[in-house]
Design a protein. Sequence first.
Length: 224
Amino acid sequence: MQNKEKVKQDILDAFWSRHATKQFDPTKKISDDDFRFILETGRLSPSSLGMEPWRFLVIESEELREKIKHTAWGAYGKLPEASHFVVILARTKGDTTYNSDYLEEHYTHYKMLPEDVKRDYLTKVENFQRDDFQLLENDRAMFDWASKQTYIALANMMTSAAQIGIDSCPIEGFSYEKMNKLLQDEGLLEDGRFNISVMVAFGYRAKEPNPKTRRPFEDVVRFV
């Protein structure tokens, strides 16, 4: 096992090196093995109630990359220079509500919960959605809750990329309506079961960024 202090320092070094890369070097490509590793850290990420309410669209089509470039203003400077580009979708209310077919299948076939345990768990999911977080009042509340989970996967993918020397840039610069229409027209939202949550570009920086700045530890962290 590696020395714990070295592991901690390696992780901190990756965080200090990581930045929201605005310009990628188009001549440098991420290997298939490295990118599979990044995606796997997203797939293995935690999610509320273990729902895994995400879908990662790896945009390989040059035609679709061009459409996204001209639809999402935040992607314009990243495409086509980025080595890899991922659109992260979140499941909509029809899949994430406590009594959905998706959750029934998910907890049965993937979480492998016994029937009695599953019934009790889905009752807890209902209470959580109805009372604790009051999510059932409208579709957007449910979607935003699912979308929050995708940001955990996003952060893990960006961190794992940084730890192996690969750069990234999260992208929220887009019209929610326009991007959903584009993806719907491309047949990628599976009849409304998904909507766009966030996007992320991966590759290698074209130039070194300015030194990282953050508010001091004592201002951010409070022990109470």
